[in-house]
Design a protein around this ligand. Structure first.
Ligand code: PMP
Length: 457
């Protein structure tokens, strides 16, 4: 139990001295005051325990205060905190060699940053320098960062300020097979299929063709004939676990390359085994990006990000010096290196696949039971539950109703996330050490919250 500052005082300070979270002051109406964490659990200042299914926005990959990571951190803190990469220090080199071994050829050159926005900022710069082109395409509903440059990539008005951020960034229709005009039951690679029927047959995906048609229209109407890059999250995070129809990314990558652009996979949320079937989300689509950006799970909550690219693109970037004081710090590299070891030793990716598939299969049963659960999607432990007014209209469930269910789930001891353009998607992206028992607990809580909402309605 925490004996320090009172909750009232913390809230006062939060209002006066802290960056208030977007329009709201806290994520919950009745906020949680988190004091401690261990693996998939969090404790508040009163000693109340929560099952954490949001991992500080998909960031704590292998578990809060994972003992092996804490030991690594302690050891490195006693040895060396900081020196920039103007000197040669072992943790940086040990880590770069290890991380490179997780990426397919020719993705072997690594630039370390401190966050995802920084990584995507750098990726934009490198793409423009390498190609000599300026325009960049991303999906509507995507999130790639909050810095002035990356705000242009991001396509969600909640995170946009009225300044000239979007110069050279165009958003194409997101191939969302549930909310978009085309798509259906077999369009995406997920353990559970959408209930929506579509015209696809025998592996031939009509939805993919239709959305590619929209991308072609974007090329024809909104960008010059040559472009610098196409960014896509393999499964949207903030956008609410939106997955693309089979073959879409393959075809999009081809069209982008024909126009001189490079293809960038934003693995900030989907990397490090979260999708279960693969270590990287892009591998699930059978595509090969020219650049991969990462953050969040790479350090299990310790600040670090990265851009990984090819020697050829790196050569175009070597014409001036790129300097980042904290990027690749000894402490960050030591922790990130241990994260890779823990993922292997704990079987984290396999657990994400096993537990995530079970969770999604059970959630699909709730979808079939309740009118207000429209869709369950995702892979591994990158899961979205789309809430609707009813299954026919698919109108997003109102923010008030979302909040009621969300608060209720929290009051019963489980923290989940919210996302989607209209705040209509519950997001489940836990530390990947959760167990089947945790899932059963969550399912009981979620079922109860929805059931009581339906009764009150
Ligand atoms: N890309 C994606 C897919 C993200 O989800 C985020 C953060 N939510 C970012 C980039 C930006 O990362 P950061 O907050 O570390 O700058």
């Amino acid at each position: 139990e925490y004996k320090g500052m009172s909750k009232e005082r913390m809230m006062e300070i939060r209002r006066q001295n802290c960056n208030p979270m977007t329009m709201k002051v806290t994520y919950y109406k009745k906020p949680v005051f988190i004091h401690q964490g261990y693996m998939q659990w969090l404790w508040d200042v009163d000693g109340r325990r929560y099952l954490d299914l949001f991992a500080g926005v998909a960031t704590v990959s292998v578990g809060h205060c994972h003992p092996r990571l804490t030991a690594t951190l302690e050891q490195q803190l006693k040895r060396l905190w900081h020196t920039t990469n103007i000197y040669v220090h072992p943790p940086l080199h040990e880590y770069c060699e290890k991380l490179a071994s997780y990426l397919p050829d020719p993705l072997k050159v690594i630039y370390l940053t401190n966050s995802g926005s920084e990584a995507n900022d750098l990726a934009m710069l490198m793409a423009r320098l390498h190609t000599g082109n300026f325009d960049i395409i991303t999906f509507r509903g995507s999130y790639h960062g909050g810095s002035q440059q990356t705000m242009g990539l991001t396509s969600n008005s909640s995170y946009k300020y009225p300044i000239a951020t979007s110069s050279g960034c165009t958003h194409t229709m997101c191939p969302d097979v549930y909310r978009g005009p085309w798509g259906g039951s077999h369009c995406r690679d997920s353990p559970v299929q959408s209930t929506r029927k579509c015209g696809c047959s025998q592996g031939h995906c009509m939805a993919s063709e239709q959305y590619i048609g929209q991308l072609k229209e974007t090329f024809a109407t909104s960008v010059p004939s040559r472009i610098a890059a196409f960014f896509a999250e393999p499964i949207q995070g903030m956008g609410g676990a939106v997955q693309y129809p089979k073959n879409y990314l393959k075809e999009a990558y081809k069209l982008v390359r024909e126009r001189g652009g490079i293809c960038i996979a934003d693995e900030v949320q989907t990397g490090f085994g979260r999708t279960g079937t693969h270590f990287w989300g892009f591998q699930g689509y059978g595509v090969m990006p020219d650049m991969v950006t990462m953050a969040k799970g790479i350090g299990n909550g310790f600040p670090i990000g990265a851009v990984v690219t090819t020697p050829e693109i790196a050569a175009s970037f070597a014409k001036a010096s790129h300097f980042n004081t904290f990027g690749g710090s000894p402490v960050a590299c030591a922790v990130a290196s241990s994260v890779l070891d823990v993922i292997r030793e704990d079987g984290t990716q396999q657990n994400a696949l096993h537990v995530g598939t079970y969770l999604m299969t059970e959630l699909a049963k709730l979808r079939d039971k309740y009118e207000i659960i429209g869709d369950v999607r995702g892979k591994g432990l990158q899961i979205g539950v789309e809430m609707v007014k009813d299954k026919v209209s698919r109108d997003p469930l109102s923010p008030e109703a979302m909040t009621e269910i969300f608060e209720d789930v929290k009051d019963m001891g489980v923290l989940i996330g919210k996302g989607g353009l209209y705040g209509q998607t519950f997001r489940i992206q836990p530390p990947m050490c959760i167990t089947k028992e945790d899932v059963d607990f969550f399912l009981a809580v979620f079922n109860k919250a929805i059931h009581s909402y339906m009764e009150r309605k």
